[in-house]
Write a protein that binds this ligand. Structure first.
Ligand SMILES: NC(=O)C[C@H](N)C(=O)O
Length: 567
């Protein structure tokens, strides 16, 4: 990811509590206020001379210069009350998301100081609560307070500030012990070691040694057009049930009772559970009540596989695979998906099966391979899905996507097109001439493809390099069904589109091209417009004695010029 441009970057540090800022009181560590004042006294965290030179207000700190890279200026916002992270809940995490929303325009990035015990949950919830992030949100904390002589606090906080201030990584991340992880991929694995977190199924996004190495092909890209959306309505009635050998059905029943709406079930190995009928009955009964179960593995590494043991498969109707998600990410995702108002159960399950924020690796190749084998194009798309690896492969894929999407639209290959759109969900699939799949489908009047693209949010007003819109192409092709679909989706002709329409209408009238005239009318053109010689299409048709065209134009409401009131 590119280094952040500019000479200064402003960060907001949200201090929520946790060991990093704790002090010992009567032998126990408790969250403690005044962290900003302490940072002000530490030369690595505040360059007083620079602050004076820049005229910064009292509550604003500035890091010493780090070359190369912009100066990092930051303000600490202390939450009320400060908490040990064991006391944090979805409510506090949503509040953090709302704080980020409130200050989003003011700052280039955000650092959240949080206790490490539940930081993986916090990072996961924030990743779902914050949609369309364009700025870094980096959580950090420590195993030993900043006040101790030997502590991981200073390195972790400084690293988080530098990563958030100097790199554009538009994700919710976690910075610990020189490594920047995707927040919804981590889990705490050690009570004492400074490297307390593991990201078992995704390598770190960046590593800070003598040099900073960013795994560019892993960092998610922000969609430039979409504004930040903060999802505050998260479902609280979700839980994690860890299966163990011999777990009684009565215990499972008690756990799954309402008001629980969703559960992350931690299963054995690659997704197995006991096959005892009474246990399966409880799962089925819960499914019938509409409870959603996400299947995640006890194991840290690897996914749950679809071929899990027969028992669970029987209850499978309501069990969604969590693939390689951590339980923390799965719980947060359940809370997010169940919190979305007005969705059907099927829609919620579909969302849970999708990778929404980089939280899981969906085996896309397998998912599509069988359904794509039917055509040569489909096989190429399946092959494209099967590619994985570094930057070159990503670049190859990006380069091929638009051409394949256009070819799929041209061939009306809905399966291939759908698969491609899943690879590039923002639908920016335009070729070097600015043609989108919608242009291609509109030109050919492929109503099925047009419907699907519009349904998936394709830009109805996209213009190619010649300034042509899908609507204009559909008009030229006289595809009335397609014109209707585009008009319903809000497409309309602009003044530029209509510039020489009068002449075009006269030409169509002289050739008795009734379909062409109807297409323009359906697209919203004024059929009374005069051509270059001042005559209208109706006059041209009358002069040529073409009664069919005259009748059509009259039926479409065109009046003879002599019948028009004189001005
Ligand atoms: N290391 C820590 O931060 C642990 C602390 N109990 C917390 O999570 O707030």
């Amino acid at each position: 990811m590119a280094r952040a441009p500019g000479s200064e970057r402003q960060l907001l540090v949200v201090y929520t509590g946790g060991t990093l800022g704790m002090r010992s009181e009567r032998g126990v560590l408790v969250p403690s206020p005044g962290l900003a004042a302490v940072l002000r006294t530490l030369p690595t965290f505040h360059d007083a001379e620079c602050a004076r030179a820049l005229g910064l207000p009292d509550d604003t700190l500035v890091l010493p210069p780090a070359s190369p890279g912009p100066r990092v200026i930051y303000t600490v916002l202390q939450c009320q009350p400060l908490l040990d992270s064991s006391d944090m809940t979805i409510t506090e995490w949503v509040e953090i998301a709302q704080t980020i929303e409130r200050y989003y325009e003011q700052y280039h990035g955000f650092v959240v100081i949080h206790g490490t015990d539940t930081m993986a949950f916090a990072a996961s919830v924030l990743s779902f609560a914050l949609e369309n992030l364009h700025k870094p949100v980096i959580l950090t904390g420590a195993q030993v307070p900043i006040y101790a002589l030997w502590s991981d606090s200073r390195e972790n906080l400084l690293g988080a500030l530098l990563m958030a201030g100097q790199y554009v990584i538009p994700e919710v991340c976690l910075f610990i012990q020189n490594q920047l992880f995707r927040g919804n991929r981590v889990t705490k694995v050690d009570t004492r070691r400074f490297g307390a977190f593991s990201s078992p199924n995704l390598p770190p996004l960046a590593t800070m040694d003598a040099d900073v190495t960013v795994a560019q092909d892993l960092v998610r890209t922000a969609n430039g057009k979409d504004a930040l959306v903060v999802h505050s309505s998260m479902e609280r009635n979700v839980g994690i049930l860890r299966l163990y050998p011999g777990i009684p059905a009565s215990l499972v029943r008690a756990f799954l009772q309402p008001p629980l709406k969703g559960v992350v079930m931690e299963t054995f190995g690659s997704g197995n559970a006991p096959t005892k009928p009474d246990l399966l009955q409880e799962l089925q009964a819960a499914a019938e009540r509409g409870l959603i179960i996400v299947n995640c593995s006890h194991c840290l590494w690897g996914p749950v596989t679809p071929g899990y043991a027969s028992g669970l498969a029987e209850a499978g109707a309501s069990i969604v695979s969590g693939f390689d998600m951590t339980s923390e990410a799965a719980l947060a995702k359940l809370s997010f998906v169940l919190g979305q108002p007005g969705l059907s159960l099927g829609h919620r399950k579909k969302l849970l099966g999708k990778d929404l924020r980089g939280e899981m690796t969906v085996p896309v190749a397998d998912k599509h391979r069988s359904s794509l084998q039917g055509t040569v194009l489909g096989r190429s798309v399946a092959w494209l899905f099967g590619l994985s690896g570094g930057q070159e492969v990503a670049a190859l894929r990006d380069a091929m996507l638009p051409s394949l999407a256009l070819a799929a639209a041209h061939a009306s290959d809905l399966k291939a097109l759908q698969a491609l759109m899943e690879l590039d969900s923002d639908l920016c699939l335009e070729d070097c001439n600015g043609q989108t799949p919608l242009h291609v489908a509109a030109r050919r009047g492929q109503e099925g493809v047009v419907t699907m693209l519009l349904h998936r949010g394709a830009d109805v007003d996209a213009r190619d390099q010649d300034g042509l819109s899908p609507l204009l192409l559909a008009v030229r092709g006289r595809h009335q069904g397609t014109i209707g679909l585009l008009r319903m989706a809000g497409a309309c002709l602009t003044p530029q589109d209509l510039e020489d329409t009068g002449t075009e209408l006269c030409r169509l009238a002289s050739r008795a091209d009734t379909k062409g005239l109807q297409a323009w009318w359906q697209a919203g053109a004024d059929l009374e417009q005069p051509g270059y010689d001042g005559r209208s299409a109706l006059q041209v048709a009358e002069a040529a004695g073409n009664l069919e065209v005259v009748a059509l134009l009259r039926s479409l409401g065109v009046a003879s010029p002599e019948a028009l009131p004189s001005t």
